[in-house]
Structure formats: C-alpha cells, structure tokens
Design a protein around this ligand. Structure first.
Ligand code: C5P
Length: 212
C-alpha cells in the first residue's frame, strides 16, 4: 500500500499576552487554514492542524493541536515537521510579543504608557532552514503594498517551494472574509493567479497546484 502523505498545516492568529486579561493579536479567523486542512483530509492525507485560537470546528479525522502564543506554535510545528511531507504555514503569527508579561492584571491607573516589544522567532524561516529535499513547504503572505515583490522576497528568504500571496488592501477579501484572492509563486518561477473564490474553492485549487 502506498505511504499516506503527512500534511502539516498551521492556522489562525497567535496571542501574545500582556497580563492575564490582555493580549496582542490580529484579525485572522483561521478560515483559510481550516479549509486547507479539510481539503487535505478529503484527499486522504494524514492531517495535523496546529491552530491558534479560532471559533471554527475542524472536521473529524484531523489531528488538532491547539496553541495560543507564537512560541507554542513554533514548538508544535517543529515537533511535527520532520515527519511531514507537505507543510503549509497559513497562520497569522504575531511578529512581536511584549518583553514582559505581568502575572496579575495591571490596574487601569497603573497600565504602562509604553509596552516594550521584542520580535517572535520566524517559524517559517526556521522550517525553511530545516527543510529536506522531499518536503514541500508553502508560506502565505498578506501584503498591502509592493505585493509581488514582497512575496517573492519571502519565497527566497524562507526557502519555500510556494508562497500564496493575498493582497489584504483589497476590501472584502482576506482575513475575516469568506472569500479570498490568491496568487501563487513557486521557487521555479511559476506564477498562478487564482481568481476570487471561497476559501474552500481556493484550498482545492491550491492543493491541485502544489501537489502536481
Ligand atoms: O514575513 P511574513 O510574516 O509576512 O511572512 C508570512 C509567512 O511567514 C506566513 O506563512 C506566516 O505563517 C509565517 N510566519 C512565521 N513566523 C512568524 C511570522 C510569520 O512562520 N513569526
């Protein structure tokens, strides 16, 4: 019997806590990542989904690891990376986190005027450095300007096989929307523009392209 394809997908936002009741995050709904996980499952792949906090229920049969912070997501992704054939890093990872987290809730009148931030590690960059020949690594880029240029830069810098660009300056697509518009760029200089569609439809097209 042919070996099953192991597919690892990250989805949703991360939360970077300031104190027990406040965090820094972003509006990612996780819909694109969950649609990709569902599509991979429909294709008979073994699917591991590493998910930030979202309100979507994954379909049965998908292994879900729930995480909150970027560091937790990094650990979960690294743990499963070596045994995965196809890795899609769809999560909207917070680029920065507060340098200090207070254990107790900061009172309103004691809340600092400035919060010192430090960068989170770039998970995808690390995965790209570890990538083996037979693994396929796909990143996502949400851009508002110089979109193609920025996406191609990330494709090279992070040693990806494909990057899926979405222009989040266009109203009604991306982040919390049901719809998305994606252009795929490959390390062998292919460019495939997928027209506006539901995230489920796009997930199907994305898998057709990256597995061909
Ligand atoms: O560089 P930028 O954050 O725009 O790249 C987006 C891609 O990098 C996405 O695939 C995202 O999941 C990934 N990323 C990551 N770790 C970070 C920031 C982004 O894996 N700290």
């Amino acid at each position: 019997m042919a070996k099953k394809i192991n597919c690892l997908i990250s989805a949703g936002p991360t939360r970077e806590w300031i104190d027990p009741v406040r965090f820094i995050s972003n509006p990612s709904s996780g819909k694109m990542g969950y649609a990709l996980a569902k599509e991979a499952h429909n294709r008979g792949f073994d699917v591991n989904l590493v998910s930030g906090p979202v309100s979507i229920r994954p379909v049965d049969g998908i292994m879900v690891t729930r995480v909150e912070t970027a560091e937790e997501m990094r650990k979960a992704m690294l743990e499963k990376f070596d045994s995965s054939d196809l890795i899609l890093m769809c999560a909207a990872v917070s680029d920065h986190k507060p340098k200090f987290q207070w254990e107790q809730k900061k009172k309103k009148d004691q809340f600092p005027q400035n919060i010192e931030m430090i960068p989170n590690k770039d998970i995808l960059l690390e995965l790209g450095q570890k990538k083996k020949k037979l693994q396929t690594l796909v990143g996502f880029a949400a851009e508002t300007e110089s979109c193609e240029e920025n996406a191609k830069k990330k494709l090279n810098l992070k040693n990806l096989d494909w990057i899926a660009l979405n222009d989040v300056s266009i109203k009604d697509i991306g982040f919390e929307s049901e719809l998305n518009e994606v252009t795929l760029y490959s390390s062998s200089e292919e460019k495939v523009k997928l027209s506006i569609a539901t995230k489920e439809e796009l997930a199907e097209q994305i898998f057709d392209i990256i597995t061909k």
